[in-house]
Design a binder for this molecule. Structure first.
Ligand code: GDP
Length: 369
C-alpha cells in the first residue's frame, strides 16, 4: 500500500491492513476512490453516507504531542470555542504549548444564542471567560460556521493579523471546527464538504492544510477530546435532542424554594433556598422540562426515568450513568451550567444544586445574560 495516500475527509494515511486503525479502507474501495478522485477512509465514508461515527482515541497527550511543534513555529493560532459550551471548550495550558504565538479567539455557534442578546456584550463576556482560564487572545470574534455568519470577516481578520505566519486552527472536538474549515474552503477554494463534519466528538483526525495566497498554510489540527462533554455519555440520537441546533428560546419557570426541575432524564436542577422568582433556562427547545417538589424528586426520577423523563429512553436508559449532585451558593446573579446541555440563571443570594451524569461537569459562573 502506498503510504502517501490520504483520506480527503480526515487526512489519515490510507491503509488496508488494520481494520480498527486510523485510515482503514478496503483495497477495493481504495481502487474505486482513486478512479473517482474521491478517496475517503472507511470511517469518513460511513460518516458521510450513513451519518455514523466509529469511536476514536485521540487523547490529551497525543494532541499535545501533535501540536507541540507549534511552539517553535511562527504561527497565528485561531482558537475555536463553542459559545454554548465555553467551559467544555477550554484547552488548559493553551498558551504553554503555542508559546509566544498570538491567539485569535473565535466563539462559534453564535446562532444558537437568543438574537436579542447584544453581540458586543456577548463578546466581552466570552473574553472574560477565557481570561479566567489564563488565555489572553489578541482579538475575539463571534461567528456561526453553520450559517456562514461572519466567516468572511474572520478570514479578513486572519489575513490582517497573520503577517508572515502559518495559521493553525485549534479547538476541542464538537466546537464546530470542521464546519468552520468547510466554510473557509467554500469561500476560498469553492470546494464543498472536503472535510468530514459531525455532531460527534473526535471526527477530524489528522492535520489538513489549506494553501493561502502567499505560500503560507491554514492548518486544521485534530480536535482534542474533552472528557467532560455530554457527547460522551449520550447516544447520538439523544445528542440531537440536547445539543441545540437552532436559536434557543429561553424558558421561564415560576419557582419557589424546595422545587426541582428535571431536564429530560439527563440532568436535574434543585432550587434549595431563595425568593419566589421567574427563573430562566437556556436549553435546547426540544429538551423536555418537568417541575416537581424537591421532597418528591428522587422518587419521581426513579419512577419516570426513561419513560416520562427522556432522553435517554429504552435500552440507552439502562446503561445511563447515575446523576451526581453539586451544590452552589450564588453571590451574584449567576448561571448554573450543565456542561454541553445549557444553564439556569439563578438570582443573587440563592442556593441551588445541579445534578449531571458521571463525568459531566456542573459549574457556576457570572450570568451571561
Ligand atoms: P468539530 O468536532 O469541532 O470539528 O465539530 P463539527 O464541525 O463536526 O461540528 C460539531 C457539531 O456542531 C455538528 O453537529 C455541527 O452541525 C454543529 N455546528 C458546527 N458549527 C455550528 C454553528 O455555527 N452553529 C450551530 N448551531 N451548530 C454548529
Amino acid at each position: 500500500m502506498n503510504e502517501e495516500l490520504r483520506c480527503i475527509g480526515c487526512g489519515s494515511i490510507i491503509q488496508s491492513e488494520d481494520k480498527q486503525g486510523l485510515g482503514y479502507t478496503p483495497a477495493s474501495a481504495v481502487k474505486k476512490g482513486l478512479e473517482t478522485n474521491e478517496l475517503y477512509c472507511q470511517r469518513c465514508f460511513r460518516l458521510r453516507h450513513y451519518n455514523e461515527i466509529a469511536p476514536v482515541s485521540l487523547t490529551d497527550d497525543d494532541f499535545r504531542r501533535l501540536l507541540s511543534h507549534i511552539r517553535d513555529t511562527k504561527a497565528l493560532i485561531v482558537y475555536v470555542v463553542d459559545i454554548f459550551d465555553v467551559n467544555g471548550s477550554i484547552i488548559p495550558g493553551l498558551h504553554r504549548f503555542v508559546g509566544d504565538n498570538p491567539i485569535m479567539l473565535v466563539g462559534n455557534k453564535e446562532d444558537v444564542l437568543p438574537s436579542s442578546l447584544r453581540r458586543n456584550k456577548l463578546q466581552d463576556w466570552l473574553r472574560q471567560q477565557v481570561n479566567q482560564a489564563g488565555i489572553r487572545p489578541v482579538s475575539t470574534m463571534l461567528v456561526s460556521a453553520k450559517k456562514n455568519h461572519q466567516v468572511e470577516a474572520l478570514l479578513d481578520e486572519i489575513d490582517q493579523r497573520r503577517g508572515d505566519r502559518d495559521v493553525y486552527v485549534v479547538g476541542v472536538t464538537n466546537v464546530g471546527k470542521s464546519t468552520l474549515i468547510n466554510q473557509i474552503l467554500k469561500l476560498r477554494t469553492g470546494v464543498q464538504d472536503l472535510i468530514t463534519t459531525s455532531r460527534f466528538p473526535g471526527t477530524t483526525l489528522d492535520q489538513i492544510e489549506i494553501p493561502l495566497a502567499d505560500g503560507h498554510q491554514l492548518v486544521d489540527t485534530p480536535g482534542i477530546i474533552h472528557p467532560e462533554q455530554m457527547a460522551h455519555v449520550l447516544p447520538d440520537k439523544d445528542l440531537k435532542i440536547v445539543a441545540p441546533q437552532k436559536e434557543i428560546k429561553p424558558r421561564t419557570y415560576q419557582l419557589q424554594d424546595q422545587q426541582t426541575i428535571f431536564l429530560g432524564g439527563v440532568a436535574r436542577f434543585d432550587y434549595l433556598k431563595g425568593p419566589k422568582v421567574g427563573m430562566v433556562g437556556y436549553f435546547d427547545n426540544n429538551l423536555p422540562m418537568h417541575r416537581t417538589k424537591l421532597a418528591n424528586a428522587d422518587h419521581f426520577y426513579a419512577k419516570h426515568f426513561g419513560t416520562l423523563l427522556t432522553p435517554p429512553s429504552g435500552e440507552d436508559a439502562k446503561n445511563f450513568p447515575p446523576l451526581h449532585r453539586f451544590e452552589f451558593a450564588a453571590k451574584e446573579k449567576s448561571d448554573l451550567v450543565f456542561e454541553g446541555l445549557g444553564w439556569m440563571t439563578v438570582p443573587a443570594g440563592s442556593v441551588v444544586a445541579g445534578w449531571a451524569p458521571t463525568g459531566v461537569a456542573v459549574l457556576m459562573r457570572p450570568a451571561m445574560i
